[in-house]
Write a protein that binds this ligand. Structure first.
Ligand code: SAM
Ligand code: SF4
Length: 329
């Protein structure tokens, strides 16, 4: 097991497949100037599958989420999913994507064994989308969402980040749209993980703001506490159900005590937290022909020292060196 000194057990592995992206969301990446990882630094498909194999057979991982950067930009993504689906025990598998590549890949991903997708979409307005992501691709995301539903990658979850002065007024519209299309919507509080280090606690749209805005149009009933488990989203039934809406309040209501995550970056580093400032190099061990047991031992040790919390609310908080796109969100 991947256990830490506070008794938390990590069963959910986030795998970043690339640090590159075809959008430039302002809360994540700068417009230009970000250094990409070089090809030799990236784990190969074989190396990724081997590490996931070790994670599910020796370390108790039951859920694998592919992310990035934009994971669908990785040429081998369908093959990786297919090989992970053949592992025993087979983990649950999902992808977090900006949705642009889904029209092209949703059916193949489903056939390869993918269970679900989380698609990030912050606005229903193409002009706001263009400002937020610096790319004119709104329609591609909408098409991608439809392709995911049609392929049976359900329930389709939609992640939205609200930014002050841009889309902060859109929460009720996004929820009405999600209910209509049977997408499960979750709002994520903006976190200090942008490459430009431009995040400001004072300016951010908080979970409290989001809920107040939603309540102007919807009746929200909290989900039973025991239904949440280690899920980061607090969820509410919308107008009595069956649709739900979630809020991931990483900043104002952190859920670190229930965290069950371990992260693998595209260049083979283990991170015990999104906000960790240290990483553990598994790639070096892999490339030095370390046996599976040795890699599992290094991974266990990396997780053992996980801190109690992200430290976000502490005045001494320091943002990690890597931006969200390079960590794997
Ligand atoms: N490119 C894919 C996507 O956008 O879904 C996967 C990677 S992205 C880093 C994963 C998630 O992190 C997205 O839902 C995105 O909105 C969210 N995200 C990125 N930067 C963030 C930030 N600073 N605060 C909160 N969420 C952020
Ligand atoms: Fe790309 Fe996702 Fe970051 Fe947006 S949030 S720039 S889509 S990695």
């Amino acid at each position: 097991m991947l256990i830490d000194t506070y008794g938390r057990v990590a069963t959910d592995l986030r795998v970043s497949l690339t640090d590159r992206c075809n959008l430039r969301c302002t809360y994540c990446m700068p417009e230009e100037g970000l250094q990409w990882l070089g090809k030799p630094d990236l784990l190969t498909d074989d190396e990724i599958v081997r590490l996931i194999d070790i994670a599910v057979t020796s370390l108790g991982i039951t859920e694998v989420r592919f992310t990035g950067g934009e994971p669908l930009l990785r040429p081998g993504v369908v093959g990786i999913v297919e090989r992970v689906a053949a592992l025993a025990p087979r983990p649950q598998m999902s992808v977090t994507t900006n949705g642009i590549g889904l029209k092209r890949t949703a059916a193949a991903l489903k056939a390869a064994g993918l269970d679900r997708v989380n698609v990030s979409l912050d606005t229903l307005r193409p002009d706001v989308f263009k400002t937020l992501t610096r790319r004119d691709r709104h329609k591609d995301v909408i098409d991608g969402l439809e392709a995911a539903s049609a392929a049976g990658l359900i329930p389709v979850k939609v992640n939205a980040v609200l930014m002050p002065g841009l889309n902060e007024d859109e929460a009720p519209d996004l929820l009405a749209w999600a209910v209509e299309h049977d997408y499960e919507l979750r709002f994520i509080e903006q976190m200090p993980l942008d490459a430009q280090h431009g995040w400001k606690r004072e300016g951010m749209v908080t979970a409290g703001d989001i809920l107040a805005s939603l309540r102007t149009r919807f009746d929200l009933t909290p989900e039973q506490a025991d239904e949440r488990g280690s899920a980061p989203a607090e969820r509410w039934l919308v107008d009595g159900g069956p649709h739900r809406v979630g809020v991931i309040a990483s900043v104002t209501r952190p859920f670190c005590a229930a965290c069950d995550r371990t992260r693998l970056t595209a260049d083979g580093q283990i991170r015990d937290c999104l906000f960790a400032r240290e990483e553990t190099d598994l790639r070096a061990a892999l490339r030095a022909d370390a046996p599976d047991e040795e890699i599992a031992r290094i991974w266990r040790l990396a997780m053992w020292g996980k801190k109690a919390g992200s430290g976000l609310d502490d005045p001494s908080f320091l943002q990690p060196e890597r931006p969200m796109s390079a960590i794997g969100g």
